[in-house]
Write a protein that binds this ligand. Sequence first.
Ligand SMILES: NC(=O)c1ccc[n+]([C@@H]2O[C@H](COP(=O)([O-])OP(=O)(O)OC[C@H]3O[C@@H](n4cnc5c(N)ncnc54)[C@H](OP(=O)(O)O)[C@@H]3O)[C@@H](O)[C@H]2O)c1
Length: 256
Amino acid sequence: MKVGFIGAGSIGGAMIKGLINSGVDPEDVLVKGGHSNRAQELQKELQFNLITNYDELKVTDIIIVAVGSPALDGVFSELKKIVKDQPVVSVSGGSTIEFMHNYLPNYSVALAIPNTPVSIGEGVTGISYAEEFTQEQRDIVKSVFEKMGQLIEVPESQLGIFGTVAGCSPAFIDVLIEALSDAGVLNGLPRQLSYDAVIQMLIGSAKLAQQHNGHVAELKDQVTSPGGSTIRGVAALEENGFRNALIKAVDAAQNG
Ligand SMILES: NC(=O)c1ccc[n+]([C@@H]2O[C@H](COP(=O)([O-])OP(=O)(O)OC[C@H]3O[C@@H](n4cnc5c(N)ncnc54)[C@H](OP(=O)(O)O)[C@@H]3O)[C@@H](O)[C@H]2O)c1
């Protein structure tokens, strides 16, 4: 299967990396870059098929658009001339299914919001399909995106908040990792040891929460013994507005 990319910036690059690291032949990943040498630099590392002409995308089975909003009009004007029946998935924030249909009427377009862990196959991508999509085309999209992590169908009206929760929170988690590690250092742990402990704890806790069939609070209840140290920590978090800080962070990211 040949996958075409238009745009190899932060998110395009992360997706290309995720695909190639998952075992996709770099020759089957066709990438058209922009005006800078960003795509060329990435090509040196990943050895994908760097193209310069939209016509070269004709042979692809799926086209992924990952450019910033100002470039969208130009890109879709060009796509209009070359697409046949391969699905077109835009991950660009400024696009909507209606916008894409203006250029490609009645065409199988989809809007997706990946997050940066797609680069290591641990991403989560929300996707909304136009109604023209056939099952076969959905299977193509699925087989590509699932190489980068989970793919979840989300109504288009909810893709924005999905993208905020899944796409902005990695930065919040980075702050959490740093703060927990600082707490370890404050109490005598060497820095690297503290980072290692916090990061593996997060991976394990996330996997446990994913595999748990009940409410996530049950996991917290299991580790908080009466009068014990963990419940004292939980109380300190509540006193300092931990939950509210996270809710406010997502809300600020979403609503400005
Ligand atoms: N970053 C994320 O985590 C994330 C997640 C989900 C969605 N998004 C959305 O994805 C879009 C891109 O975000 P980004 O963070 O990847 O931005 P970015 O780092 O600025 O990358 C955009 C890339 O598009 C390239 N480009 C511009 N015009 C082009 C053209 N005509 N043909 C081919 N390539 C072209 C640019 O290349 P040159 O610089 O070489 O001109 C640039 O490398 C945005 O709309 C954003 O909202 C981002």
